[in-house]
Design a protein around this ligand. Structure first.
Ligand SMILES: Nc1ncnc2c1ncn2[C@@H]1O[C@H](COP(=O)(O)OP(=O)(O)OP(=O)(O)O)[C@@H](O)[C@H]1O
Length: 393
């Protein structure tokens, strides 16, 4: 029998079974899937990654045909992959949604300006409209100024409240009632863990919702990446060569969240499924209503709840983080319901004064105090200089 000489160039590579993708059994596995550690090829990874997100969207009825949605686009890996995948799935499965990129410029020099440049490129790459709203225009403060005034420790609280409202306002401006964000499974598990560790029952109940609506706001939010692992988002962005900005915010995450994140990472390295397990535990928790026990201390420097009508209070927790709590006292709250407007800024709020305005009030007072301190210091320094000049030796 004639045996052709083997062609060293076109010789098919024979792979060992142990090298094959455990899903298609024909291509070479290139990675262990972070979620379950199965060996998988690139094509199968794309397929499972996109299909799982599609199932999350469909099972939770996130969108309706003809809906206009805004993707909260920060230029980071999560929201960049979100915009890319939503556009892809919208075309593949005909969701019939209209996608707009919505970016908030918090005014963090050397961080947000660079990440916004990425979003502007994404706008061209994905052919999606982009709207940018800045803290400067909305609040007349930038995050850099806020940190200079109120300190770095509480920056996440200020930024969180302002960004939430800014996304709402940006969406409303565009006539959009649905903002989707890139919060992923790791973020969600981290939040569940933090709320358990803090005993924050009220937040714990809401922390696993895929759709959230805040009272007073016509804009809902959803998290299509609720079950998507951060490591997989990074791998997807890497293999697809997506253009994203990878620097961490200059103002590090609040200390407690940072610690919870570390804890989650350690747990994940021992047991990858723990991220999903924590989310599922959070989903199945049935909490009985409990009387809220105040374990907080008031911050005498930052808290400025001087208005008798203000129902939001700025508090500093024992771990040093700032919290804005709404008074549950109905006599103060009066008849304020959804659809009412903040008496200061006029934006929709279920309270007389919205959270952003309460924080702004505190900031304005802090700024005035800082100026006074500087002036006093300046006068003192001038006096000292005069005294030194008059000295003769
Ligand atoms: N400046 C912003 N403008 C618009 N949306 C934002 C902005 N910052 C955050 N978001 C939205 O909130 C989500 C979670 O934000 P977070 O600050 O936790 O960043 P992240 O986990 O690093 O996400 P990303 O990788 O998208 O930056 C983002 O994925 C994005 O959808």
């Amino acid at each position: 029998m004639f045996v052709p000489p083997s062609d060293p160039v076109n010789k098919p590579k024979t792979l060992k079974v142990s090298q094959l993708c455990e899903l298609c059994h024909c291509r070479k596995a290139i990675m262990k899937r972070p979620k379950n550690l199965i060996k998988i090829c690139k094509e199968c990874f794309y397929n499972v990654f996109e299909t799982e997100i599609h199932h999350t969207i469909v099972n939770n009825k996130l969108f309706y045909h003809g809906e206009k949605i805004a993707v909260g686009a920060s230029g980071g890996k999560d929201s960049t992959v979100l915009a890319y995948v939503l556009k892809l799935l919208n075309e593949r499965y005909n969701y019939g949604i209209e996608i707009v990129l919505l970016s908030i410029d918090e005014g963090i020099v050397g961080y947000r300006d660079d990440s916004l440049a990425t979003v502007k490129r994404n706008k061209e790459q994905y052919n999606l409209p982009l709207e940018i709203i800045s803290y400067r225009d909305l609040y007349n403060w930038t995050m850099d100024e806020i940190v200079a005034c109120a300190g770095i420790r509480n920056s996440c609280t200020y930024c969180g409240v302002f960004r939430r409202q800014a996304l709402d306002r940006g969406a409303s401006k565009l006539g959009i009632k649905h903002v989707v964000t890139g919060h992923n499974a790791d973020d969600m598990a981290e939040t569940v863990l933090m709320n358990i560790l803090r005993g924050d029952v009220a937040r714990l109940e809401k922390s696993t919702s895929i759709i959230t609506e805040s009272s007073g706001s016509p804009v809902k939010r959803s998290k299509p990446f609720k079950y998507t692992y951060q490591k997989e988002i990074v791998l997807y962005a890497h293999y697809k060569k997506l253009d994203y900005f990878s620097t961490e915010c200059s103002y590090a995450p609040e200390a407690f969240r940072g610690t919870a994140r570390e804890l989650m990472k350690n747990l994940e390295s021992i047991r990858p499924s723990c991220i999903i397990d924590i989310i599922q535990s959070g989903e199945s928790l049935k909490l009985k209503p409990k009387r809220e026990k105040k374990t907080t201390i008031r911050n005498k420097n930052v808290s400025h709840n001087t208005s008798r009508n203000a129902v939001n209070e700025i508090e500093i927790r024992s771990d040093g983080t700032v919290s804005l709590s709404s008074s549950k006292n109905n006599s103060i709250r009066g008849n304020f319901k959804d659809g009412n407007r903040c008496e200061r800024c006029g934006y929709l709020s279920s309270n007389k004064v919205c959270k952003a305005c309460t924080l702004l009030e505190g900031l304005a007072k802090n700024r005035a105090k800082m100026q006074l301190d500087n002036d006093t210091f300046g006068q003192g320094a001038a006096k000292l200089t005069r005294e030194l000049e008059s000295l003769s030796f």
